[in-house]
Design a protein around this ligand. Structure first.
Ligand code: NAG
Ligand code: NAG
Length: 212
């Protein structure tokens, strides 16, 4: 094949994986969850098979509270709501018990907008030069720029509820405690690279499932 043919072939191959390119309707590309997810999302479900149910998720209720953080998370991404495929949006709700929190985490590929619905929350994100912190109450809407390490802490006497939306239909979530203490990175390396005490690391590894 001549070089130009190789290029055209490659582009055609790429386009065949991009949501929308295989659908007759170019306004949306409902995920075909029976096919593998690619880095560009799911392939489109055939338009004749798309129903209103592909655009509705009916379980946006409080999640069961986790033991460690006393927070229930209900996350609705493209895997739960196939109509979101390729649309660059998804949502989550957090039901945060008394003294509970949403632990430090980031979304490398999505900006988040948090809507405080109930209770009192200390919401913040951390940058190399500054910590941005807000004592938030119902009616507050808080933007968390893409990639920033952020958290929510219930500071009130009752449960708190926040909804949020992401600028991705499938945002990744990197939780600091899990990155540090939820895998087999050795306690020795962790101690040398963070200066945390060995005993503290072992305690947190036991909590988050880490080994070594
Ligand atoms: C919470 O846990 C109960 C018992 O395991 C389960 O039946 C229920 O579906 C869970 N709720 C949610 C929202 O996941
Ligand atoms: C929440 O934490 C405070 C101390 O920070 C404690 O006095 C209180 O009993 C805790 N409440 C619950 C319900 O765990």
């Amino acid at each position: 094949m001549r070089f130009i043919h190789v290029i055209l072939f490659s582009v055609a191959l790429l386009l065949s994986y991009i949501p929308n390119s295989t659908s007759v309707n170019n306004d949306f590309c409902v995920a075909d969850l029976s096919l593998p997810k690619t880095s560009l999302g799911y392939q489109c479900k055939s338009e004749k098979d798309v129903t209103v149910d592909d655009f509705v998720f009916s379980g946006f209720v409080p999640g069961n509270a986790t033991k460690n953080f006393n927070t229930g998370i209900t996350f609705v991404n493209v895997d739960k709501l196939p109509g979101l495929n390729g649309l660059g949006i998804s949502t989550v709700r957090a039901d945060i018990g008394v003294n509970g929190s949403v632990p430090l985490h980031s979304h490398p590929d999505a900006t988040e907008i948090i809507i405080i619905v109930e209770g009192e929350l200390n919401v913040g994100f951390i940058t190399p030069t500054k910590v941005f912190l807000k004592d938030a109450k119902p009616g507050d809407v808080i933007a968390v720029p893409k990639g920033q390490l952020h958290f929510l802490v219930n500071t009130g006497a009752k449960k708190a509820v926040a909804f949020a939306a992401f600028s991705s239909s499938d945002p990744s979530v990197q939780t600091l405690d899990l990155l540090l203490f939820g895998n087999d990175l050795s306690t020795d390396v962790l101690s040398k690279t963070t200066l945390l005490d060995v005993g503290q690391i072992q305690k947190l590894k036991a909590v988050f499932g880490g080994k070594n």
